[in-house]
Design a protein. Sequence first.
Length: 89
Amino acid sequence: MSGPRSEPDPEYPGLKACIEEALDQYFANLDGEQPCGRLFYLVQGEVEQALLERILRETAGNQRRAAELLGLNRNTLRKKIQEYGISPK
């Protein structure tokens, strides 16, 4: 895993833009229907799960290191891994 970037990559639009694009696609797929009443929690959960899975891949399943990178307590990370049914390795 590489360290923090010293300068932003002008080719990378940023996380916010990527999330906005995904949300645009989500709403387009609704075909005019209203989203579920728990949209905030749906999005939060999907982003959180994807982030946890990615960090665990980056750290080769090392939960201590993953917790450090995420700024989480290791017990919190373990709880979330269990909650989402993620295989840490």
